[in-house]
Design a protein around this ligand. Structure first.
Ligand SMILES: Nc1ncnc2c1ncn2[C@@H]1O[C@H](COP(=O)(O)OP(=O)(O)OP(=O)(O)O)[C@@H](O)[C@H]1O
Length: 341
């Protein structure tokens, strides 16, 4: 279970508006990847393109040897069954109760009997902690419950790929933690490939195996979590540390004058914070894509910031870093776990 998605040279525009150009990355099978980026950089457009709802101008999206971009409508329909998608608001039908919402894809896309549908739907509702809420209408429940109902619905067809758009939008930090834990536990149980779009920096730091950053109409970087979290690239540092100092401005990237003024006033990005330990499963079983903490840093001669990986269960020794071994912008767009083994 869980398939890799191999994206090569993907480009998307709407009319004359280029959204992103030449995006190349591999989402590794069974791992959790997070896509970050300032508002409007086309993260949702990327998810919709992956699932075939939007057609790219150029490039390929290869899953199990088939390129989604060139598939005929009928074959695309079949490949789409590999996907479960959780949209921002759960995208539930307001007039249907939660059970009927969750059962909907099974009734639409399978020939299962009503008793089979009931069994599967209740099982997925239990998985996301919604047992007992079957008869509630979407309008009667909280945003967090709606997201979990959307997740149960995304799971009923046993997807091999889960695309999740801003699961934390509108959730308080505690519920965000619960839903993040749910993703990690689900990933360990069902072994699907996850791609999560988020603005939540804590989620980005602790949940994924891999992180990508869309910025200025391209994929600025994509790679193992430790690579991004130890990166000295200004745009990565600014974004992952939620700073105003750096190349990203309020509406777009800052121009040379603004950056010069920032430098002249002595404003600098603060030092990198420690790399937090990756969140584990709640039952202590290893994650699908689990690697020893600090492994990427060790393999690449990068010293993580002081205090990194200091969690309840981890304490790691890493060697001296040589600066010229640091990853550079753009070069990490394809994963190189081989280097880390
Ligand atoms: N169907 C469409 N037709 C035309 N333009 C679109 C369409 N869908 C999205 N866009 C444009 O693409 C750009 C990227 O939108 P998208 O929603 O993917 O950004 P995002 O990175 O997900 O933003 P946010 O973080 O704010 O949710 C926006 O300028 C948006 O207006």
């Amino acid at each position: 279970m869980g398939v890799a998605i191999d994206v090569q040279g993907l480009t998307k525009s709407f009319g004359s508006q280029l959204i992103w150009n030449d995006v190349t990355l591999t989402l590794p099978a069974g791992e959790i990847s997070v896509m970050l980026g300032p508002s409007g950089t086309g993260k949702s457009v990327f998810l919709k393109t992956l699932v075939g709802l939007l057609k790219p101008d150029k490039g390929s999206i290869v899953i199990n040897g088939a390129d989604l971009v060139t598939l005929k409508e009928h074959d695309l329909y079949e490949v789409r069954k590999l996907f479960g998608v959780l949209f921002q608001d759960g995208a539930l039908f307001g007039s249907m109760n939660l059970f009927d919402n969750v059962a909907f894809p099974l009734r639409e896309h399978t020939k299962k009997t009503e008793s089979e549908i009931r069994k599967i739907s209740l099982e997925k509702m239990e998985l996301v902690g919604l047992q007992g809420a079957e008869d509630k209408l979407p309008g009667e429940i909280s945003g967090g419950m709606r997201k979990r109902a959307g997740l149960a619905r995304a799971l009923v067809l046993d997807p091999e790929i889960l695309l999740i758009d801003e699961p934390d939008s509108g959730l308080d930090p505690v519920r965000t933690s619960y839903i993040n834990q749910l993703f990690i536990d689900l990933n360990a149980q069902i072994d699907a490939t996850f791609l999560i779009v988020t603005h939540d920096i804590n989620t980005a730091r602790t949940v994924p195996d891999n992180i990508g950053l869309l910025y200025h109409k391209h994929l600025a970087m994509f790679g193992p979590r430790e690579m991004l979290l130890s990166s000295e690239e200004p745009v990565v540092r600014q974004f992952l540390n939620a700073q105003t100092v750096g190349p990203i401005g309020m509406s777009e990237e800052k121009d040379a004058d603004e950056l010069a003024a920032e430098a002249a006033s002595g404003q600098q990005l603060p030092p990198l914070p420690p790399i937090a330990p990756q969140l584990g499963t709640s039952n202590g079983e290893p994650r699908r894509g689990e690697r020893p903490a600090g492994e990427w840093c060790r393999a690449n001669g990068v010293i993580p910031p002081p205090g990194s990986f200091q969690g309840p269960h981890t304490s790691v020794q890493v060697p001296e870093r040589t600066l010229d071994q640091r990853p550079e912008l753009d070069v990490g767009a394809s994963l190189d776990h081989g280097a880390a083994s």
